[in-house]
Design a protein. Structure first.
Length: 426
Protein backbone atom coordinates (compact mmCIF):
# COMPACT_ATOMS: atom_id res chain seq x y z
CA UNK A 1 0.00 0.00 0.00
CA UNK A 2 1.52 3.33 -1.03
CA UNK A 3 1.92 6.22 1.47
CA UNK A 4 -0.48 9.16 1.47
CA UNK A 5 2.54 11.42 0.78
CA UNK A 6 2.56 9.89 -2.82
CA UNK A 7 0.20 11.19 -5.43
CA UNK A 8 -3.17 9.52 -5.47
CA UNK A 9 -4.06 7.66 -8.66
CA UNK A 10 -7.55 7.85 -10.09
CA UNK A 11 -8.97 4.54 -11.30
CA UNK A 12 -11.48 4.34 -14.22
CA UNK A 13 -14.95 3.13 -13.28
CA UNK A 14 -15.87 -0.59 -14.17
CA UNK A 15 -18.66 -1.46 -16.78
CA UNK A 16 -20.93 -4.48 -17.34
CA UNK A 17 -20.85 -6.70 -20.47
CA UNK A 18 -22.79 -5.38 -23.54
CA UNK A 19 -22.96 -5.69 -27.27
CA UNK A 20 -19.88 -5.44 -29.51
CA UNK A 21 -21.12 -2.20 -31.04
CA UNK A 22 -21.39 -0.70 -27.56
CA UNK A 23 -17.90 -1.87 -26.75
CA UNK A 24 -16.53 -0.32 -29.94
CA UNK A 25 -18.23 2.97 -29.13
CA UNK A 26 -16.84 2.93 -25.62
CA UNK A 27 -13.35 2.14 -26.90
CA UNK A 28 -13.50 5.03 -29.38
CA UNK A 29 -14.68 7.41 -26.68
CA UNK A 30 -12.10 6.04 -24.26
CA UNK A 31 -9.34 6.50 -26.82
CA UNK A 32 -10.30 10.15 -27.28
CA UNK A 33 -10.40 10.85 -23.54
CA UNK A 34 -7.45 8.65 -22.51
CA UNK A 35 -4.78 11.42 -22.44
CA UNK A 36 -7.01 13.65 -20.36
CA UNK A 37 -7.74 10.83 -17.89
CA UNK A 38 -4.07 9.98 -17.62
CA UNK A 39 -3.23 13.59 -16.87
CA UNK A 40 -5.94 13.69 -14.21
CA UNK A 41 -4.67 10.46 -12.65
CA UNK A 42 -1.12 11.77 -12.15
CA UNK A 43 -1.93 15.32 -10.94
CA UNK A 44 -1.87 16.15 -7.19
CA UNK A 45 -4.88 17.90 -5.70
CA UNK A 46 -4.19 21.64 -5.51
CA UNK A 47 -4.91 23.91 -2.53
CA UNK A 48 -4.99 27.64 -2.21
CA UNK A 49 -1.54 29.30 -1.98
CA UNK A 50 -0.07 28.91 1.51
CA UNK A 51 -2.66 26.32 2.54
CA UNK A 52 -1.59 22.76 3.33
CA UNK A 53 -4.03 19.86 3.62
CA UNK A 54 -2.91 16.65 5.34
CA UNK A 55 -4.53 13.38 6.20
CA UNK A 56 -4.66 12.11 9.79
CA UNK A 57 -1.91 9.59 8.98
CA UNK A 58 0.32 12.32 7.54
CA UNK A 59 -0.24 14.51 10.64
CA UNK A 60 0.78 11.62 12.88
CA UNK A 61 3.92 10.93 10.85
CA UNK A 62 4.90 14.62 10.89
CA UNK A 63 4.23 14.96 14.63
CA UNK A 64 1.79 17.83 14.15
CA UNK A 65 0.60 19.44 17.41
CA UNK A 66 -1.26 22.69 17.89
CA UNK A 67 -1.60 25.15 20.77
CA UNK A 68 -3.99 28.00 21.41
CA UNK A 69 -2.64 31.54 21.12
CA UNK A 70 -2.94 33.22 24.53
CA UNK A 71 -1.58 36.22 26.41
CA UNK A 72 1.22 35.60 28.89
CA UNK A 73 4.13 37.44 30.55
CA UNK A 74 7.37 36.99 28.63
CA UNK A 75 10.28 36.94 31.02
CA UNK A 76 13.58 35.78 29.60
CA UNK A 77 15.09 33.43 32.16
CA UNK A 78 18.74 32.41 32.03
CA UNK A 79 20.27 29.57 34.02
CA UNK A 80 23.65 29.65 35.73
CA UNK A 81 25.45 27.32 38.12
CA UNK A 82 26.96 28.89 41.19
CA UNK A 83 28.38 28.27 44.65
CA UNK A 84 26.99 29.62 47.91
CA UNK A 85 29.23 32.05 49.78
CA UNK A 86 29.01 33.54 53.27
CA UNK A 87 28.08 37.24 53.15
CA UNK A 88 31.12 39.37 53.96
CA UNK A 89 28.96 42.10 55.49
CA UNK A 90 27.64 39.80 58.23
CA UNK A 91 30.65 37.53 58.77
CA UNK A 92 33.48 37.64 61.27
CA UNK A 93 36.67 35.74 62.02
CA UNK A 94 38.27 34.61 65.25
CA UNK A 95 42.04 35.16 65.47
CA UNK A 96 44.68 34.90 68.18
CA UNK A 97 45.81 38.37 69.36
CA UNK A 98 48.82 36.90 71.15
CA UNK A 99 51.13 33.95 70.78
CA UNK A 100 49.97 30.96 72.76
CA UNK A 101 48.57 27.43 72.81
CA UNK A 102 44.92 26.45 72.36
CA UNK A 103 43.62 24.91 75.58
CA UNK A 104 39.88 24.52 74.91
CA UNK A 105 37.51 24.72 71.90
CA UNK A 106 33.86 25.34 72.74
CA UNK A 107 32.24 25.64 69.30
CA UNK A 108 32.21 23.51 66.14
CA UNK A 109 31.15 23.87 62.51
CA UNK A 110 27.39 24.27 62.14
CA UNK A 111 26.89 25.49 65.70
CA UNK A 112 25.05 28.75 66.30
CA UNK A 113 26.80 31.29 68.52
CA UNK A 114 26.01 34.76 69.83
CA UNK A 115 28.13 37.88 69.54
CA UNK A 116 30.57 37.93 72.45
CA UNK A 117 30.14 34.22 73.24
CA UNK A 118 33.36 32.43 74.18
CA UNK A 119 34.30 29.91 71.50
CA UNK A 120 37.83 28.92 72.59
CA UNK A 121 40.63 29.53 75.13
CA UNK A 122 44.36 29.95 74.60
CA UNK A 123 47.16 30.01 77.18
CA UNK A 124 49.83 32.69 76.84
CA UNK A 125 52.54 33.95 79.25
CA UNK A 126 52.40 37.27 77.44
CA UNK A 127 48.85 37.70 78.71
CA UNK A 128 49.95 37.46 82.36
CA UNK A 129 52.80 39.85 81.68
CA UNK A 130 50.42 42.39 80.15
CA UNK A 131 48.05 42.15 83.09
CA UNK A 132 50.92 42.52 85.58
CA UNK A 133 52.18 45.58 83.72
CA UNK A 134 48.75 47.13 83.89
CA UNK A 135 48.40 46.48 87.62
CA UNK A 136 51.86 47.95 88.22
CA UNK A 137 50.86 51.06 86.25
CA UNK A 138 47.71 51.38 88.35
CA UNK A 139 49.85 51.16 91.52
CA UNK A 140 52.17 53.88 90.21
CA UNK A 141 49.20 56.16 89.58
CA UNK A 142 47.89 55.54 93.07
CA UNK A 143 51.32 56.23 94.56
CA UNK A 144 51.63 59.48 92.61
CA UNK A 145 48.17 60.52 93.78
CA UNK A 146 49.21 59.93 97.39
CA UNK A 147 52.35 62.07 96.89
CA UNK A 148 50.17 64.84 95.50
CA UNK A 149 47.95 64.75 98.56
CA UNK A 150 51.00 64.99 100.88
CA UNK A 151 52.46 67.84 98.86
CA UNK A 152 49.14 69.70 98.93
CA UNK A 153 49.11 69.33 102.75
CA UNK A 154 52.62 70.73 103.06
CA UNK A 155 51.73 73.63 100.79
CA UNK A 156 48.70 74.39 102.97
CA UNK A 157 50.85 74.40 106.16
CA UNK A 158 53.59 76.50 104.56
CA UNK A 159 50.98 79.04 103.37
CA UNK A 160 49.56 79.25 106.90
CA UNK A 161 53.07 79.85 108.36
CA UNK A 162 53.70 82.62 105.83
CA UNK A 163 50.43 84.35 106.74
CA UNK A 164 51.32 84.19 110.45
CA UNK A 165 54.84 85.50 109.95
CA UNK A 166 53.51 88.37 107.84
CA UNK A 167 51.12 89.38 110.63
CA UNK A 168 53.91 89.21 113.25
CA UNK A 169 56.21 91.32 111.14
CA UNK A 170 53.47 93.94 110.80
CA UNK A 171 53.15 94.03 114.62
CA UNK A 172 56.93 94.20 115.04
CA UNK A 173 57.01 90.97 116.95
CA UNK A 174 58.83 88.86 114.34
CA UNK A 175 61.82 89.66 112.16
CA UNK A 176 61.61 90.11 108.40
CA UNK A 177 64.04 87.19 107.99
CA UNK A 178 61.51 84.81 109.49
CA UNK A 179 58.92 85.96 106.99
CA UNK A 180 61.35 85.37 104.12
CA UNK A 181 62.05 81.84 105.35
CA UNK A 182 58.30 81.16 105.39
CA UNK A 183 57.97 82.38 101.79
CA UNK A 184 60.81 80.03 100.74
CA UNK A 185 59.02 77.11 102.38
CA UNK A 186 55.83 77.88 100.45
CA UNK A 187 57.70 77.94 97.16
CA UNK A 188 59.48 74.66 98.01
CA UNK A 189 56.27 72.81 98.84
CA UNK A 190 54.63 74.13 95.69
CA UNK A 191 57.51 72.72 93.63
CA UNK A 192 57.05 69.36 95.34
CA UNK A 193 53.36 69.45 94.44
CA UNK A 194 54.14 70.20 90.80
CA UNK A 195 56.64 67.35 90.67
CA UNK A 196 54.10 64.95 92.18
CA UNK A 197 51.57 65.97 89.58
CA UNK A 198 54.09 65.34 86.79
CA UNK A 199 54.82 61.91 88.21
CA UNK A 200 51.10 61.19 88.30
CA UNK A 201 50.67 62.31 84.66
CA UNK A 202 53.47 59.97 83.58
CA UNK A 203 51.93 57.13 85.60
CA UNK A 204 48.54 57.77 84.00
CA UNK A 205 50.10 57.58 80.53
CA UNK A 206 51.74 54.28 81.43
CA UNK A 207 48.44 53.00 82.79
CA UNK A 208 46.58 54.00 79.63
CA UNK A 209 49.20 52.26 77.47
CA UNK A 210 48.92 49.12 79.59
CA UNK A 211 45.12 49.29 79.35
CA UNK A 212 45.30 49.67 75.57
CA UNK A 213 47.58 46.65 75.40
CA UNK A 214 45.06 44.59 77.33
CA UNK A 215 42.29 45.83 75.05
CA UNK A 216 44.28 44.75 72.00
CA UNK A 217 44.56 41.34 73.64
CA UNK A 218 40.76 41.40 74.19
CA UNK A 219 41.19 41.12 77.94
CA UNK A 220 38.33 42.43 80.06
CA UNK A 221 39.48 41.21 83.48
CA UNK A 222 42.39 42.68 85.46
CA UNK A 223 42.88 39.44 87.37
CA UNK A 224 46.27 38.02 86.45
CA UNK A 225 45.80 34.85 84.36
CA UNK A 226 47.61 33.22 81.45
CA UNK A 227 44.34 32.00 79.82
CA UNK A 228 42.64 34.18 77.24
CA UNK A 229 39.03 33.75 76.08
CA UNK A 230 38.43 34.05 72.32
CA UNK A 231 34.94 35.43 71.60
CA UNK A 232 32.68 35.44 68.56
CA UNK A 233 32.64 38.85 66.82
CA UNK A 234 29.14 38.34 65.36
CA UNK A 235 25.96 36.36 65.92
CA UNK A 236 25.73 33.53 63.43
CA UNK A 237 26.83 30.02 62.54
CA UNK A 238 30.34 28.59 62.66
CA UNK A 239 31.14 27.86 59.00
CA UNK A 240 34.86 27.15 59.37
CA UNK A 241 37.09 25.88 62.19
CA UNK A 242 40.88 25.70 61.99
CA UNK A 243 41.99 25.05 65.56
CA UNK A 244 42.41 22.10 67.88
CA UNK A 245 43.43 21.82 71.56
CA UNK A 246 47.23 21.90 71.85
CA UNK A 247 47.68 23.87 68.63
CA UNK A 248 50.16 26.76 68.72
CA UNK A 249 48.83 30.04 67.39
CA UNK A 250 50.48 33.34 66.58
CA UNK A 251 49.06 36.69 65.43
CA UNK A 252 51.39 36.70 62.42
CA UNK A 253 49.95 33.38 61.18
CA UNK A 254 46.23 34.21 61.53
CA UNK A 255 45.94 37.15 59.19
CA UNK A 256 44.92 35.25 56.05
CA UNK A 257 41.38 34.01 55.51
CA UNK A 258 42.64 30.44 55.14
CA UNK A 259 44.39 30.65 58.52
CA UNK A 260 41.64 32.19 60.63
CA UNK A 261 40.94 30.10 63.68
CA UNK A 262 37.18 30.31 63.08
CA UNK A 263 34.82 31.93 60.60
CA UNK A 264 31.32 32.81 61.79
CA UNK A 265 28.57 34.07 59.48
CA UNK A 266 24.93 35.05 59.75
CA UNK A 267 23.32 32.73 57.17
CA UNK A 268 19.80 34.14 57.11
CA UNK A 269 20.97 35.72 53.85
CA UNK A 270 23.78 34.25 51.73
CA UNK A 271 25.56 35.25 48.54
CA UNK A 272 26.07 33.52 45.20
CA UNK A 273 28.46 34.64 42.45
CA UNK A 274 26.92 34.02 39.03
CA UNK A 275 29.22 33.46 36.04
CA UNK A 276 27.20 35.37 33.44
CA UNK A 277 28.26 35.45 29.76
CA UNK A 278 29.21 38.96 28.77
CA UNK A 279 26.52 38.96 26.09
CA UNK A 280 23.82 38.60 28.78
CA UNK A 281 25.14 41.02 31.40
CA UNK A 282 23.42 44.03 29.85
CA UNK A 283 20.01 42.36 30.24
CA UNK A 284 20.49 41.85 33.99
CA UNK A 285 19.54 44.77 36.20
CA UNK A 286 20.22 45.58 39.85
CA UNK A 287 17.40 44.16 41.92
CA UNK A 288 16.42 41.65 39.23
CA UNK A 289 14.81 38.55 40.81
CA UNK A 290 16.79 35.31 40.85
CA UNK A 291 15.51 31.87 41.81
CA UNK A 292 17.79 29.16 43.16
CA UNK A 293 17.40 25.41 43.53
CA UNK A 294 19.70 22.92 45.21
CA UNK A 295 19.94 19.17 45.61
CA UNK A 296 19.96 19.60 49.40
CA UNK A 297 16.36 20.85 49.26
CA UNK A 298 14.50 19.06 46.44
CA UNK A 299 11.38 20.90 45.36
CA UNK A 300 12.25 24.05 47.31
CA UNK A 301 12.94 27.35 45.58
CA UNK A 302 15.08 30.04 47.19
CA UNK A 303 14.46 33.61 46.08
CA UNK A 304 17.12 36.28 45.76
CA UNK A 305 18.02 39.45 43.90
CA UNK A 306 20.98 40.87 41.98
CA UNK A 307 22.92 43.21 44.29
CA UNK A 308 26.07 43.90 42.26
CA UNK A 309 26.98 43.68 38.59
CA UNK A 310 30.31 43.02 36.90
CA UNK A 311 32.67 42.72 39.84
CA UNK A 312 35.26 40.73 37.92
CA UNK A 313 35.69 39.79 34.27
CA UNK A 314 37.17 36.44 33.21
CA UNK A 315 38.81 37.04 29.79
CA UNK A 316 39.27 33.35 29.03
CA UNK A 317 35.68 32.29 29.76
CA UNK A 318 34.21 35.63 28.59
CA UNK A 319 32.05 35.81 31.70
CA UNK A 320 31.34 38.46 34.31
CA UNK A 321 30.77 37.81 38.00
CA UNK A 322 27.37 38.99 39.21
CA UNK A 323 26.59 38.86 42.92
CA UNK A 324 23.15 37.80 44.12
CA UNK A 325 21.82 37.88 47.68
CA UNK A 326 19.55 34.97 48.63
CA UNK A 327 17.02 34.75 51.44
CA UNK A 328 17.93 31.59 53.36
CA UNK A 329 15.14 30.63 55.79
CA UNK A 330 16.22 27.98 58.22
CA UNK A 331 19.88 28.39 57.15
CA UNK A 332 19.37 25.56 54.67
CA UNK A 333 22.01 26.78 52.23
CA UNK A 334 25.60 26.56 53.47
CA UNK A 335 28.79 28.10 52.06
CA UNK A 336 30.32 25.85 49.41
CA UNK A 337 27.06 24.27 48.26
CA UNK A 338 26.34 24.13 44.53
CA UNK A 339 23.10 25.75 43.36
CA UNK A 340 21.36 26.32 40.05
CA UNK A 341 20.29 29.92 39.49
CA UNK A 342 17.54 31.11 37.18
CA UNK A 343 17.62 34.86 36.61
CA UNK A 344 15.20 37.11 34.78
CA UNK A 345 17.24 38.67 31.99
CA UNK A 346 14.91 40.98 30.13
CA UNK A 347 11.44 40.54 28.71
CA UNK A 348 8.25 41.89 30.21
CA UNK A 349 5.93 40.94 33.04
CA UNK A 350 3.04 42.43 31.06
CA UNK A 351 0.74 39.83 29.44
CA UNK A 352 1.27 39.88 25.68
CA UNK A 353 0.04 37.69 22.82
CA UNK A 354 2.64 34.97 22.30
CA UNK A 355 3.33 31.70 20.51
CA UNK A 356 5.94 29.01 21.16
CA UNK A 357 9.31 29.64 19.57
CA UNK A 358 9.01 26.29 17.80
CA UNK A 359 5.97 27.58 15.92
CA UNK A 360 7.96 30.20 14.00
CA UNK A 361 9.33 29.52 10.52
CA UNK A 362 10.88 31.76 7.90
CA UNK A 363 9.52 31.83 4.35
CA UNK A 364 10.88 34.34 1.82
CA UNK A 365 12.55 36.24 4.66
CA UNK A 366 9.30 36.65 6.60
CA UNK A 367 8.35 35.21 9.99
CA UNK A 368 5.32 32.95 9.62
CA UNK A 369 3.25 30.50 11.64
CA UNK A 370 0.75 27.90 10.49
CA UNK A 371 -2.83 28.36 11.70
CA UNK A 372 -5.22 25.42 11.77
CA UNK A 373 -8.33 26.69 9.99
CA UNK A 374 -10.21 23.40 10.24
CA UNK A 375 -9.28 19.77 10.87
CA UNK A 376 -6.36 18.74 8.60
CA UNK A 377 -6.15 22.20 7.00
CA UNK A 378 -3.36 24.67 7.82
CA UNK A 379 -2.84 28.19 6.53
CA UNK A 380 0.49 29.99 6.49
CA UNK A 381 0.15 33.30 8.36
CA UNK A 382 2.86 36.03 8.35
CA UNK A 383 3.33 37.72 11.73
CA UNK A 384 5.31 40.59 13.22
CA UNK A 385 7.35 39.24 16.14
CA UNK A 386 8.17 41.31 19.23
CA UNK A 387 9.87 40.29 22.48
CA UNK A 388 11.65 36.95 22.30
CA UNK A 389 12.49 34.52 25.07
CA UNK A 390 13.86 31.01 24.96
CA UNK A 391 10.39 29.42 24.86
CA UNK A 392 8.00 32.05 23.48
CA UNK A 393 7.84 34.93 21.01
CA UNK A 394 5.50 37.91 21.23
CA UNK A 395 3.13 38.36 18.27
CA UNK A 396 2.82 42.11 17.76
CA UNK A 397 0.66 41.73 14.65
CA UNK A 398 -0.88 38.95 12.56
CA UNK A 399 -2.78 36.76 15.06
CA UNK A 400 -5.75 36.97 17.37
CA UNK A 401 -6.21 35.30 20.76
CA UNK A 402 -7.74 31.84 20.57
CA UNK A 403 -6.23 30.87 17.20
CA UNK A 404 -4.78 27.37 16.94
CA UNK A 405 -1.16 27.42 15.68
CA UNK A 406 1.13 24.50 14.95
CA UNK A 407 3.74 24.24 17.70
CA UNK A 408 5.37 20.96 16.61
CA UNK A 409 5.87 19.87 13.02
CA UNK A 410 5.66 23.36 11.48
CA UNK A 411 8.84 22.68 9.51
CA UNK A 412 7.04 19.91 7.61
CA UNK A 413 4.28 22.34 6.65
CA UNK A 414 6.89 24.88 5.55
CA UNK A 415 8.49 22.21 3.35
CA UNK A 416 5.13 21.44 1.71
CA UNK A 417 4.58 25.15 1.01
CA UNK A 418 8.02 25.47 -0.56
CA UNK A 419 7.50 22.36 -2.68
CA UNK A 420 4.17 23.69 -3.91
CA UNK A 421 5.81 27.02 -4.74
CA UNK A 422 8.60 25.33 -6.69
CA UNK A 423 6.08 23.15 -8.49
CA UNK A 424 4.02 26.20 -9.43
CA UNK A 425 7.07 27.92 -10.90
CA UNK A 426 7.81 24.88 -13.08
Amino acid sequence: MKSDWNQIKVHAPSTSRSSPLLWIALLLLGGCSQPQQAETATAAPKSAPGVVTLTAEMEQQAGIHTVQVDRRPLLNRSQFSSTIEAPATSSGVVTAPVQGVVTRVLADVGQSVRQGQIVAYISSPALAEAQSAYLLAVAKVQEAQAQIQLAEGRVHLAQADLERETLLVQKGISAVRDRQLAEGQVNSTRSELAAAKSIRAAALSTQQAARAHLTSLRVTSTTVSDELALRSPVTGTVVQRNLQPGQSVNPSTTGGSSENLMTISALNEVWAMLEVPQSEVASLKLGAPVEFTSEVAPGQTFRGRVVRLGENFAPQARTVEVRAAIANPGNTLKPGMLVLAQAVAGGTDRAVLAVPTSALQQVDGKEVVFVQTEPHHYRMQPIQPGIRTVEFVEVARGLRPGAQVVSDGSFVLKSEVLKATLGGEE
